[in-house]
Design a protein around this ligand. Structure first.
Ligand code: HEM
Length: 385
């Protein structure tokens, strides 16, 4: 239990750390990877290179520190991060390393302003915050369908739209695939052809069919010197019969609505993937589903045949494609026709898409807390904690 004094110091210094957040994060990663190059086998180097997402960890520590009096307030967000950590195989013994280098970075950036009293308070606070993550992740490790990463053989690859591919894989060893929950993802580990480290990525599952296989989709990320290390490798260098490593399915994005509710499954780009699982599962149960997918052009739409096959056998499924080249941006004017008092909204896509939709929904007096969502990126950066 932290003392009153420690909590006061932490809360008072959060704004200063926020002000220097980017610098602290940069120094933190640089120093940590110098001392522990083995961690480059866990962290996403493309994100580091593109300046994306590195701030998520430090930002979350700061967001948690604001709630240091009642850390239970951050539990729903920790749950989502803990799923990712478990899938990446982040372990209890990694926490002191991150703590050490985060504190060293704070000291290096703030210099004399970071007094011993302040540093001691932050050390204690980090320990308290880390223990919330460790406890939650421990439970997830116990429940995981298998330990560590296991080898899977690729049995099918298919183009989806112009920049996605779907992969079907089966375990090489005798392991049992658990009953999948629509909305979950798998974490893939490969050794990219032009890099010395292992690389890990999360990919959403597009079907919860129970036949001992896993099915996920990969969007080709970025181009030229900003091209995604893993997605391009999977697209260009992997074929049927090749093996990749996968950890047990993870994620807390799932359908939680009462049976009588209509689901509005709203996605953009690769965000369509978890929605495919939800569409498959919920239409099979006979639920009213309105599947709306936003994309640039008709040619870019992934899973078009699969969506048609599902809607062809269900009168309760309605499909709308909103194409930017024809229909412009999706606005509250569009949304208001699709939502009534009996609709539950499920949303998935990139961070910009999510932000825009939340803004448009707010014009209809629909708050973020009324929406079930999964951004492709750190959730805590767009949630109001
Ligand atoms: C991802 C927070 C400790 C490794 C993340 C994300 C957050 C976060 C917010 C982004 C999640 C998302 O994409 O939705 C934290 C906090 C920590 C902590 C608050 C300490 C209290 C650790 C530790 C490790 C670790 C100890 C392992 C050394 C990772 C990795 C990712 C990640 C590899 C994926 C993103 C990337 O590769 O850049 N963490 N984390 N984290 N975390 Fe942590």
């Amino acid at each position: 239990m932290l003392s009153e004094k420690t909590r006061e110091i932490v809360k008072e210094t959060v704004p200063v750390l926020e002000q220097y957040g980017t610098e602290i994060t940069k120094v933190f990663y640089e120093r940590m990877f110098e001392a522990h190059p083995e961690l480059l086998n866990i962290f996403n180097k493309s994100n580091q290179k593109q300046g994306k997402q590195q701030t998520a960890l430090a930002q979350t520590v700061l967001a948690a520190a604001k709630h240091i009096d009642h850390l239970e307030a951050i539990v729903p967000n920790v749950n989502q991060i803990a799923h990712k950590h478990r899938a990446l195989q982040v372990k209890e013994e990694h926490y002191p390393i991150v703590g050490e280098f985060l504190l060293k970075a704070i000291k290096e950036v703030l210099g004399d302003a970071a007094t011993d009293e302040i540093m001691n308070a932050w050390e204690e606070a980090y320990g308290e915050i880390a223990s919330v993550f460790i406890a939650m992740e421990k439970e997830m490790y116990q429940k995981a369908a298998w330990e560590d990463f296991k080898s899977f053989k690729i049995t099918h690859i298919q183009d989806q739209g112009h920049d996605m591919k779907s992969f079907e894989v089966e375990p090489v060893e005798e392991i049992e695939i658990p009953k999948l929950i629509a909305g979950q993802y798998v974490t893939v580990r490969v050794k990219p052809s032009n890099d010395e480290n292992l690389a890990l990525r999360h990919y959403s599952i597009y079907s919860v069919k129970e036949d001992g296989k896993l099915r996920f989709a990969v969007k080709r990320e970025g181009s030229n010197d900003k091209k995604g290390l893993v997605s391009h490798d999977l697209h260009d260098n992997y074929s049927i019969g090749d093996t990749i490593e996968i950890s047990a399915p993870a994620g807390d994005f799932k359908v939680e609505s009462e049976d009588n509710k209509t689901l509005l499954l709203l996605s953009s780009g690769a965000g369509i993937t978890p929605m495919m699982s939800m569409l498959e599962d919920e239409s099979f149960k006979g639920r009213h589903v309105h599947f709306v997918h936003v994309n640039e052009t008709e040619q870019a739409i992934p899973f078009k045949d699969e969506v048609s096959a599902i809607s062809a056998v269900s009168n309760d499924v309605k499909v709308t494609y909103h194409l930017k080249d024809k229909d412009g941006y999706l606005t509250s004017e569009n949304l208001k026709h699709w939502i009534d008092g009996n609709t539950d909204i499920y949303l998935c896509g990139g961070m910009m898409f999510m932000d825009t939709i939340f803004e448009e929904l707010s014009k209809l007096n629909i708050d973020q807390s009324d929406v079930h969502f999964e951004p492709f990126g750190p959730k805590m950066s767009i949630t109001n904690v």
